[in-house]
Design a protein around this ligand. Structure first.
Ligand SMILES: CC(C)(COP(=O)(O)OP(=O)(O)OC[C@H]1O[C@@H](n2cnc3c(N)ncnc32)[C@H](O)[C@@H]1OP(=O)(O)O)[C@@H](O)C(=O)NCCC(=O)NCCS
Length: 338
């Protein structure tokens, strides 16, 4: 036998390109007033949301990923055939299988890539990002496309006013590559899962436990079920706890950050976390008014907003953080190198 054990190598990884996509159709608070007993003032005051985007019939979440991926690869100037891995964070895949990663691989023509999906609710992008980063840091891969996207309106019960006002469709993609000389890129992360929170936010039917039947349809088990207050309390506590731990162990404070890019579930959750971190409001990225909660899509969409608003520039220290169904908690500290 001539087994030659490959040495474990380590190198820095960075986000080298970003692309995002939201479908063109918009659902405003005024539109929702006609569908359910709600009003614009309640939605804006309690959540910060004014409108959200809705994916057209006949499209799936893979189509959001494809549009975002094309923009991302064009921004970097590389061909889809150069992508080595595709990782998709989503809880609204086109179908149970094949994975959305497979569908995206085929649609963009990423011949030669492998990949998989990550199911982590609203932390899906942050978890997928970390998986991609570790593949690059290990030396195993050098071009990983990480998508975070959800088509939440497909799973939304438009008779449940406490839930239907929150969600929208959209997402984004980033490319992970080795950092160049002098660059820092990805620094550290704190992730957690707490399955005891599954009862507070779930989509009960359609899987192996409750396969689709007339009964599951009649009981609306194919829609998002949420105990809003339980999720809210967990999110407020965990966003602050995990981000504080991450910053402390890396010797930085909110004042050192170029910007804070949080998951966009509720404006009040974001401002409460930002206050705990001592972040000035102008360095906290909020675009929830335009998109609502796009689950795994919010962080790449907020990265795009940060760039557009001139709040995210090369060399900036950036904190990202999300809490989602599971429960899941995903946070990362990085230096922006684009
Ligand atoms: C859902 C959420 C916005 C509800 O806000 P809230 O301040 O907790 O509101 P409550 O549930 O206490 O409801 C307050 C009142 O508003 C009413 N209400 C709920 N939704 C309403 C709506 N869309 N329009 C008008 N009134 C509404 C409730 O029925 C309740 O009325 P009552 O006092 O007569 O019973 C909030 O709990 C939340 O954002 N939770 C976290 C959601 C989340 O982050 N999910 C994704 C996880 S990543």
């Amino acid at each position: 036998m001539s087994l030659s054990v490959r040495p474990i190598v380590g190198r820095r990884a960075k986000i080298s390109a970003l692309g995002t996509y939201v479908p063109p159709q918009v659902l405003t608070n005024k539109d929702l007033e006609k569908m359910v007993d709600t009003n614009d003032q309640w939605i804006v005051e309690r959540t910060g949301i004014k409108e959200r985007h809705v994916l057209a019939a006949g499209k799936g979440v893979s189509d959001i990923c494809v549009e975002a991926a094309k923009k991302c690869l064009a921004a970097r100037g590389i061909e889809p055939s150069e992508v080595e891995v595709i990782i998709v964070g989503t809880v609204t895949p086109d179908m149970m299988f094949p994975s959305t990663a497979c569908l995206v691989q085929d649609k963009i023509g990423a011949k030669g890539a492998w990949g998989f999906d990550v199911s982590a609710g609203c932390s899906g992008f942050v978890f997928a990002l970390q998986a991609g980063v570790k593949l690059v840091e290990s030396g195993a891969q050098s071009k990983v496309l990480v998508c975070g996207a959800d088509a939440n309106t497909r799973m939304t019960d438009y008779t449940d006013r406490a839930t239907c006002v929150l969600f929208g469709d959209g997402g984004g993609a980033v490319l992970i590559e080795p950092a160049e000389e002098g660059e820092i890129g990805m620094i550290d992360f704190v992730h957690e899962i707490d399955g005891s929170g599954g009862v507070s936010l779930n989509l009960p039917a359609g899987g192996s436990l409750n396969p689709p039947t007339h009964e599951t349809i009649d009981k609306k088990m194919h829609f998002i079920h949420q105990d809003g207050q339980a999720v809210y309390k967990f999110a407020v506590r965990k966003m602050a706890e995990a981000t504080t731990k991450l910053l402390e162990r890396n010797g930085v404070t909110g004042a050192d950050l170029g910007c804070f890019i949080p998951h966009q579930a509720n404006k009040r959750i974001i401002t409460s976390t930002a206050d705990r971190l001592g972040m000035p409001a102008d360095r906290v990225i909020i675009n929830i008014e335009k998109y609502g909660n796009t689950s795994a899509g919010t962080i790449p969409l907020a990265m795009e907003t940060a760039v557009e608003e001139g709040k995210l520039k090369k060399g900036d220290l950036v904190l990202i953080a999300a809490v989602g169904a599971g429960f899941t908690v995903g946070t990362a500290l990085l230096r922006w190198e684009i």
